[in-house]
Ligand binder design. Structure first.
Ligand SMILES: N[C@@H](CCC(=O)N[C@@H](CS)C(=O)NCC(=O)O)C(=O)O
Length: 246
């Protein structure tokens, strides 16, 4: 039997991208949640990188959600996510790369708004069922680690907000060009999974790891911003993809 393990952080939208693809293909896998920070020992040992997701597929190990994506398409071609048509394929590859870059800005902008909220640290640390004193000791370390690692600084957060806007606009342009439910073809592709999973933390589809806030407790300005994102066509599209394809 093939041993297939996805090393991940449950809250990571890049890990969600790989989970979605594995689920779409109906491949059996187990997830192994690594503790943020110490995860680097394992990730370097497994794939010589510091980020998750990393997929172990029997004897092969692949790190990075995009590399995992093309690896899975190559070795598990059933329910393909790469179009056969050459023009559509080229467009899909381009969009996948663009949304992959936007994912960094989604993360920075959102952490810029909510990193101090306890729900974020709960979502990051609760999967590990740590004893209370250990969790309490890790909360400030993890929060400051995230702040440093992802450059959660006022200027950078403002810049990321613009890039998030561009990401949402890109979904709307692609949909207007194609005229259907999907970004490049008349069915789900890797571009859709990448865009929907990397934008999902903005619109928190029900049941996803980002659905952790009682939004009425957020500032009125942030509530309005999140509502606007959810209501515009790109936000509605992400929610529709979660309802129909996830
Ligand atoms: N390009 C990478 C990005 C993955 C990524 O940024 N993962 C974050 C979590 S969202 C991570 O592992 N951060 C921990 C670190 O950098 O130490 C991919 O697509 O897999």
């Amino acid at each position: 039997m093939t041993v297939r393990i996805l090393y991940q952080f449950p809250i990571s939208h890049y890990c969600e991208k790989s989970r979605w693809q594995l689920d779409h293909k109906g491949l059996d896998y187990r997830v192994r949640n690594l503790l943020p920070g110490p995860h680097r020992l394992r990730s370097h040992w497994l794939a010589r990188i510091s980020t998750l997701p990393i997929l172990r597929d029997d004897k092969r190990t692949v790190g990075d959600s995009t590399k995992i994506a093309y690896y899975l398409e190559k070795y598990y071609p059933e329910r393909p996510l790469v179009p056969e048509d050459a023009d559509q394929r080229a467009r899909m590859i381009e969009l996948e790369q663009q949304f992959d870059r936007i994912g960094v800005h989604v993360r920075r902008w959102l952490y810029g708004q909510v990193l101090n909220r306890p729900e974020i640290m709960d979502a990051m640390l609760d999967p590990y069922h740590l004893p209370g004193p250990v969790k309490r000791a890790l909360v400030p370390l993890t929060r400051e680690g995230v702040r440093r690692l992802y450059a959660i600084k006022p200027k950078a957060v403002v810049y990321s907000e613009q890039r998030v806007e561009e990401g949402l606009a890109l979904v709307e342009e692609a949909l207007a060009q194609g005229g259907g439910d999907y970004l490049v073809a008349d069915r789900l592709t890797l571009a859709d999974i990448t865009a929907a999973s990397l934008l999902a933390p903005l619109v928190t589809p029900p049941g996803t790891p980002w659905d952790v806030f009682d939004e009425s407790t957020l500032s009125p300005a942030l509530q309005k911003k999140l509502n606007d994102m959810r209501e515009r066509p790109a936000g509605q599209w992400v929610l529709a993809r979660y309802r129909s394809d996830r």
